[in-house]
Design a protein around this ligand. Structure first.
Ligand SMILES: Cc1cc2nc3c(=O)[nH]c(=O)nc-3n(C[C@H](O)[C@H](O)[C@H](O)COP(=O)(O)OP(=O)(O)OC[C@H]3O[C@@H](n4cnc5c(N)ncnc54)[C@H](O)[C@@H]3O)c2cc1C
Length: 450
């Protein structure tokens, strides 16, 4: 392996992998991807649970039909067929007050694909369903104005009642933005609603992976990169970068190895970015130092095994319970036993709960909501991600893929898009960084020729 590359991508999550594979697809293959951990995938990975022999995901991931760039990426690495978008993956909410409410897109032109389902959505009273139309007011705000409002402020201005916040908006916002209503940005919510739920039937469909996340993303991406003649180096943590004009970019790894390149993509989370030592005459160090601070938000996942089926649907939400969502892996994957995963978003205070406490909590939820099931929780396996997403604070300006250095670009779920931190944001951002690199090579070629 040579140590000079046209492009080095640092970070092997969805952003880094989508960037590297897009560059390769465009004919570039003198590329190196460096990943700190011993495996690729970043926040989308799976690991072997020795006791059950199951491959478990670091956390359940839900996709949307509107994840167009993600579909392009998965298609490129030949794993799109493992993702299935189904109408029967309806969103079911359970609550003490209303029982069971179902939201299911219908194969009709927009906005009718959702309107009929919304009008019959029992989590809201008939009056509250009509009041949802108040949200049309949000379309009179510019993106900039929305970026200065929290979701709570926007919903208050649009006349949403307290009980609709609890029974509808909070579960939706926790699941899509991983933040509380008061902290989540209104512009991100509007993006999810307009591009995801309300733009078309196919965009509103939920998607789930038939295979563990690593088999959907990391492994096929690695096969793609290896097969192209480009390089991947796992277990290689970049600790410092030198960016001086007239010299190639120089990267130092923790292992002591050095790498040089013409273009660099930093596809790492903002927290990791701040730990890099930077030496530069372009002002890159100052650029990173003065970026808006992003707030890390947790997602707690608990995989749990039961002795019999609790429910047969793919997933369900619980509005007045500490457990927010439960996914039933038997409905879309092929677990060896009855395996479910529960998810709790943006609630750091629950991280201290022991397995036994969670097991008791789950057992009481089953008793309360599924008394006929009589299912017994046999084992719980926690997977906590304290830094699951990096949320931009209300009012802070968005961060661009471009930096002050014309040779260094950012990629990641937190940068360069109008989306909340999701796989789609990461992939879109990775693709954007690849486009910027290609443009920069084209410009350089034109200069060399003239
Ligand atoms: C539990 C959980 C549930 C989620 N659920 C959903 C969901 O349902 N739907 C959805 O769309 N999204 C979901 N997300 C969010 C989604 O996983 C992320 O937005 C996405 O994976 C981020 O990808 P990324 O490439 O930007 O960052 P990462 O995946 O964090 O990748 C960055 C990589 O950089 C590496 N790195 C860091 N520093 C260095 C260094 N110095 N040198 C070399 N490498 C370095 C890291 O090890 C990491 O592999 C969820 C996330 C979690 C954690």
């Amino acid at each position: 392996m040579t140590s000079h590359f046209d492009t080095i991508v640092v970070g092997g999550g969805c952003a880094g992998l989508s960037c590297a594979t897009a560059l390769i697809e465009s004919g570039q293959n003198n590329i190196l991807l460096l990943e700190k951990k011993s495996f690729l995938g970043g926040r989308t990975h799976s690991y072997l649970d020795q006791k059950s022999g199951e491959m478990l995901d670091n956390g359940q991931h839900l996709f949307l039909g509107a994840y167009h760039e993600t579909k392009v990426f998965l298609d490129r690495i030949s794993s799109l067929d493992e993702l299935c978008f189904r109408q029967h993956y309806a969103t079911i909410l359970r609550g003490k007050k209303f029982g069971r409410a179902i939201l299911r897109p219908k194969e009709l032109p927009a906005p009718f694909h959702m309107s009929f389902s919304m009008m019959g959505f029992k989590a809201l009273t008939i009056y509250e369903r009509v009041k949802l139309l108040g949200l049309l007011r949000a379309f009179f705000y510019t993106k900039k104005q929305l970026g200065r409002l929290s979701v709570k402020e926007l919903l208050d201005r649009c006349g949403q009642s307290q009980s609709s916040l609890i029974n509808f908006w909070e579960p939706l916002v926790l699941a899509t933005l991983n933040a509380e209503l008061k902290e989540a940005r209104a512009d991100f919510l509007m993006e999810v609603l307009t591009k995801g739920f309300f733009s078309s039937y196919s965009n509103a469909l939920a998607g789930l992976s038939r295979v563990p996340l690593s088999e959907l993303i990391a492994l096929p991406a690695k096969t793609f990169i290896d097969g192209s003649g480009a390089y991947v180096q796992e277990g290689e943590s970049v600790i410092s970068i030198e960016d001086y004009r007239e010299q190639p970019l120089l990267l130092h790894a923790k292992s002591g190895r050095k790498y040089t390149c013409d273009q660099l993509v930093l596809a790492i989370p903002p927290g990791s970015m701040k730990t890099l030592s930077l030496y530069s005459d372009s002002g890159l160090d100052r650029h990173i130092e003065t970026m808006p601070r992003l707030q890390a938000s947790p997602i707690l996942s608990y995989h749990f095994w039961v002795d019999q089926e609790i429910f047969s649907q793919a997933y369900m939400g619980f509005v007045d319970h500490e457990i927010q969502w439960i996914f039933n892996l038997s409905a879309y994957a092929k677990p060896k036993q009855f395996l479910y995963t529960c998810i709790i978003s943006a609630r750091a205070q629950l991280m201290g709960k022991t397995r036994q406490e969670i097991q008791t909590l789950l057992q009481s939820l089953i008793r309360e909501y599924f008394p006929d099931a009589c299912a017994k929780v046999l084992r719980v396996c926690p997977s906590h991600q304290a830094k699951a997403t990096w949320n931009l604070k209300v009012g802070d300006a968005k961060i661009s893929n471009m930096t002050v250095s014309p040779r260094v670009f950012f990629a990641g779920d937190w940068v360069g898009t109008d989306l909340p931190c999701t796989i789609e944001a990461a992939v879109q951002s990775g693709h954007q960084a690849a486009q910027l690199i290609l443009k920069s090579f084209r410009n350089q070629k034109n200069i060399d020729q003239s």
